[in-house]
Ligand binder design. Structure first.
Ligand code: GLY
Length: 321
């Protein structure tokens, strides 16, 4: 007898999909956002092309987005009410449901890799604030100066606005939205994984944690249904456990696109929240869906790079092998 958790699908076409956050991306950031997600998707997919795991691929893709100051994660993260960077991240392995997360950590350039270390080197799922930083120090993850994570753009935007609710209403076009980064992948063995990383929402209270590092909210991965990474208004995503909600629709037979749309619509109807998600199934179906004005996303499937920014936009480029 073969038990479901031992099932292995060999030589599936691998797929990797990233998002750079769902929000009202202004025109001046449009090109940088699209270029950034395309480059991160290629970086993550290069891991899969070499026969690497979905877990390694989503970590590589999210690290690329954290290193890019045009996105709200790692370098370029938003500032809290005190003008500090506090970072949240999660990573999850769909083979075993192993997951690791960090919340409100400071001075860390790549929180996604610290989240992975929590998963692999501790008996816990999440470390927060000082505990996350002490753990980083104990395993030799170097800290970086706070200022090195702050982009000029973020410093300027932060100095214009000092109220969280006004921030969300004004900058996110009257929608509860903002940006975050994330990736999902399925590798050639049919294993799925997700990773999500964020600086949260500008002018958040000190210690505020959104959906991103919370299992089942900012991300979830399970080989039996798929992998999801979410973006959007964290307080809304938390209330509807968006990542798990999407997967529960898939478990009930919905396509990845329908499951994403139904779940985001539910979040809008029930708590007036807007956001987005990237989803991949173990068989390689994928979808990038959002209810905000824009979301930069990119996917690599075999030798094709798909990408988009505006609703219903699905552009493609052939990749050289
Ligand atoms: N979705 C990320 C946050 O609200 O912090």
């Amino acid at each position: 007898m073969v038990y479901p958790h031992t099932l292995r699908i060999i030589n599936m076409p691998a797929v990797l999909l990233v998002h750079g956050g769902a929000w009202a991306i202004p025109e001046e950031l449009a090109k940088a956002s699209v270029d950034g997600v395309k480059s991160a998707a290629c970086e993550g997919f290069s891991v899969l092309r070499r026969g690497g795991s979905a877990l390694d691929a989503v970590e590589a893709a999210v690290r690329a987005l954290e290193d890019n100051p045009d996105f709200n994660a790692g370098h370029g993260a938003t500032l809290n009410i005190d003008g500090e960077v506090e970072l949240d991240a999660i990573i999850m392995d769909g083979r075993t449901l192993a997951c690791g997360a960090v919340s409100s950590v400071k001075n860390i350039a790549n929180p996604v890799s610290l989240a992975r270390a929590v998963m692999e080197k501790t008996s816990h799922v999440m470390l927060t604030g000082r505990g996350g930083n002490l753990f980083a120090e104990s395993i030799g993850v170097g800290s970086v100066p706070s200022d090195s994570l702050v982009s000029d753009h973020e410093r300027t935007e932060w100095s214009k606005m000092d109220n969280y609710d006004a921030e969300v209403l004004t900058d996110f076009n009257s929608k509860w939205a903002h940006d975050t980064v994330g990736a999902v992948a399925v590798d050639s063995a049919g294993n799925v994984a997700c990773a999500t990383s964020t600086g949260g929402i500008r002018n958040k209270m000190v210690g505020r944690v959104g959906d991103s590092p919370i299992v089942g909210c900012g991300g979830y991965a399970d080989n039996s249904s798929g992998a999801v990474s979410c973006t959007g208004h964290g307080e809304s995503i938390l209330k509807v456990t968006l990542a798990r909600l999407i997967l529960s629709h898939i478990e009930q037979g919905k396509s990845v696109a329908d499951a994403s749309q139904l779940s985001l619509q539910h979040m809008s109807d029930r708590v007036h929240g807007a956001g987005g998600a990237v989803v991949v199934s173990p068989s390689g179906q994928w979808a990038a869906t959002f209810t905000t004005k824009r979301m930069a996303w990119a996917a690599v499937e075999q030798d094709v790079l798909w990408f988009g920014l505006d609703p219903n936009e699905r552009l493609k480029e052939k990749l050289s092998q």
